[in-house]
Write a protein that binds this ligand. Sequence first.
Ligand code: NAP
Length: 159
Amino acid sequence: MDELFSSGKIRNLGVSNMDYHQIKLIEAYTGRKIIANQLELSLKKTDFVDSAIGFNNPHGKGLDFQLGTLEHCILNNISLQSWSPLARGIYSGAKLDKDAHQTILDTKNLVTRLAKKYAVSSDAVVLAWLMKHPAKINPVIGTTNPERIKMQCRLFVSL
Ligand SMILES: NC(=O)c1ccc[n+]([C@@H]2O[C@H](COP(=O)([O-])OP(=O)(O)OC[C@H]3O[C@@H](n4cnc5c(N)ncnc54)[C@H](OP(=O)(O)O)[C@@H]3O)[C@@H](O)[C@H]2O)c1
């Protein structure tokens, strides 16, 4: 790691799919600060919200998100990046499986209604939900389609 930094090949360290214990361990061993953590955060993967609400509550049982990770990242200026922020378009236009769960259909309908109401794309509504979170989540969108990127950006100016 030191060689990568001294040779200029990398300037910063980021991690992916790590909880705050793992981040602290890496920082202690490398003596360097982690600046970003990329996690699956989306309307499909809402555990990062549900785990906080469900703490000390029967509804929180079985959730797959290490409580304290979001808070650690916020307090230590570790940028939170969301991978698959659009859940590959399942709420905004991608073809759904025949046996798609009712919650996916309900969420998709709500997204469609909001997109109509605010005259924006459904993609923009899905991304806006993420970006309204106080943790200042940065979505890492996966499309390489310029038109889709433009439509996804349209809401950002009014956030
Ligand atoms: N760190 C990790 O563990 C991890 C895991 C998974 C992914 N990633 C990274 O995260 C980035 C984003 O992941 P992702 O590609 O899953 O993100 P995403 O933005 O949620 O999904 C992109 C896919 O969804 C489709 N899509 C988006 N909006 C759509 C719509 N309205 N209608 C139909 N299709 C729509 C795109 O199709 P088009 O291509 O046709 O536009 C594309 O195939 C990638 O760079 C990936 O490498 C990281």
